[in-house]
Design a protein around this ligand. Sequence first.
Ligand code: ZN
Length: 276
Amino acid sequence: MRIHAVQSGLVTIKTCQCYGKGHGAMRLVNTILDRNWTEPLPIYSWAIEHQEGIILIDTGETARTLEPGYFPWWNPYFQFSIKPCLQPEDEVNFRLRALGIEPNDVRWVILTHLHTDHIGGLHHFPNAEIIISRKEYELTNGWSGQLRGYLTQRWPEWLAPTLIDYEPHPLGTFLESFTLTKAGDVSLIPTEGHTGGHLSVLLQIDGLSLFFAGDASYTQQLMLDQIVDGVAQDEDKSRQTLKQILQYVQEFPTVYLPSHDPSAAQRLAARTIVSV
Ligand SMILES: [Zn+2]
């Protein structure tokens, strides 16, 4: 089974977004006011050439974010705290074709959550089944969804996702899961906190767990250090999730693959497991 890291450009964020500071609403304020920027971080999606069909985890960012007015003018996070950097040819459709994958051949698009740098390339996949956690999708509704930073007005009009509810099937340290494939090797697990309905994808292969973590933590080190990010919708939940992930990787040989970790593609290629 071929598995690919698919990079759609880079994003620079505030240091306080990686290392959250303060509590409650102050965490976001501290992120916005922070004067220090991270190095440019990759934006990864992941393509699995599974025998039951091609699975794409997240869709990266769209180059349209560079157009004036793409981000809402009233939202200080988008105006002052995020700098995406990509060209149209960095979008996921071009990147997949370079790997020999036709976007129309993707069977499932799983979205770990609905932040712009994960759903930005979704318009390239009108023929795929789009899979989202029910909780995450419901959090995007209305004005409160806008305040949470979901850009629903930018989503494709055809979007009619399959909303998943978890089943009481424990998977390692996770009490609930949703099995996607008939083979039973691809499961979705709730890793909430960064967003209220955030999920991760687990692929069991050759005795290893490939853990596609979305933004459950931005990097492997931040997970090992149990650092909650500065924009997490639920700080406590995020802390619990990080603990569960750490327990999981201590118990099972795991290749841990967050969406913005500069070393993630290398770890996938070398099947480097987390050492704790
Ligand atoms: Zn995110």
